[in-house]
Design a protein around this ligand. Structure first.
Ligand SMILES: Nc1nc2c(ncn2[C@@H]2O[C@H](COP(=O)(O)OP(=O)(O)O)[C@@H](O)[C@H]2O)c(=O)[nH]1
Ligand SMILES: [Mg+2]
Length: 272
């Protein structure tokens, strides 16, 4: 069994779709697919038009019915059987195959008359972020009209050092994709109110995070965490997190307002 080789992609930029593309990214299980579903319901309840796109060839049971679905182009089971790959190798090969279908997917996306495409990305963040396939799909769908919605998992950000790890990871995602970035704290319903407030405060005030780091433990690693934090702050990737619960439909107004600021400087498309 051999490691799948990354193919070379034609980097010609395809025709751009009209919709604004929101890519939901985050670690496995951070709540991307659930948020795409819940955000679509919320947008529709506000009279806002959107479509959903699934870019995860390995998605098993989705709550929403994607308007555009990569599984119609790439079948993970077939990739495993035909290429003799295990589940991880097949995910990598399938991500590359999704990118090889980028033009076809973009052509379909372009036919939707809608304002927003809510785009669900593969479970494992590295597939969309570190293989060429993510950027290839973003280009095909129209890079100009794109933003990232990054989901920070409460399981990681609830400790001060975990919060730093999450900032490092989302900084990597920001560098890799170079797109406007909306920073979400997902599954906010799982955190008691004081804990939620503490995390939001850390995201607004790095000094509060320094203090919490030293309260947590003062080890040689703490000093490293502080150095990481200082550099993230100085390069401008340290951002406020916006709590969201897909379970309780909480926080979506704020995400939508962030989206509008990214694309319109605040103008509301629903008022057209
Ligand atoms: N309590 C709670 N659970 C959530 C929320 N969003 C997602 N989940 C759960 O988290 C798990 C992973 O969600 P999923 O959307 O599949 O994550 P993905 O891998 O990032 O697409 C599932 O069991 C979801 O039911 C939320 O807002 N609140
Ligand atoms: Mg998912």
């Amino acid at each position: 069994m051999s490691e799948p080789r990354e193919p070379s992609f034609d980097t010609t930029i395809y025709a751009q779709a009209m919709a604004r593309n929101l890519y939901f990214l985050g670690t496995a299980g951070s709540g991307k697919s659930t948020m795409v579903y819940a955000f679509q319901l919320w947008m529709n309840s506000q009279g806002l038009d959107c479509v959903t796109v699934n870019l995860d060839p390995g998605a098993e049971a989705l709550l929403y019915s994607p308007d555009l679905d990569v599984r119609d182009y790439v079948n993970l089971e077939e990739v495993m059987a035909e290429q003799g790959l295990g589940p991880n190798g097949a995910q990598v090969a399938a991500a590359d195959m999704a990118a090889m279908n980028a033009k076809e997917l973009a052509d379909v996306l372009e036919t939707f008359e809608t304002n927003y495409a809510l785009i669900d990305t593969p479970g494992q963040i590295e597939l969309f972020t570190f293989r060429a396939s993510g950027p290839v799909l973003i280009d095909a769908f129209g890079r100009e009209d794109s933003a990232l919605v990054y989901l920070n998992d409460p399981a990681l950000v609830k400790s001060p050092s975990g919060f730093i790890s999450s900032v490092l990871l989302n900084a990597t995602v920001q560098f890799r994709h170079g797109l406007p970035f909306i920073n979400v704290l997902s599954k906010a319903d799982l955190l008691p109110e004081p804990e939620l407030e503490r995390i939001v405060k850390w995201s607004l005030d790095p000094f509060a995070l320094y203090e919490a780091l030293f309260e947590e433990a003062a080890t040689p690693k703490t000093l490293l965490d502080v150095e990481f934090l200082k550099s993230m702050e100085s390069i401008g990737v340290y951002r406020r997190v916006h709590p969201v619960s897909s379970e309780l439909t909480f926080g979506f107004e704020e995400i939508y307002s962030q989206v509008q600021q990214v694309f319109e400087g605040g103008e509301d498309l629903s008022k057209d």
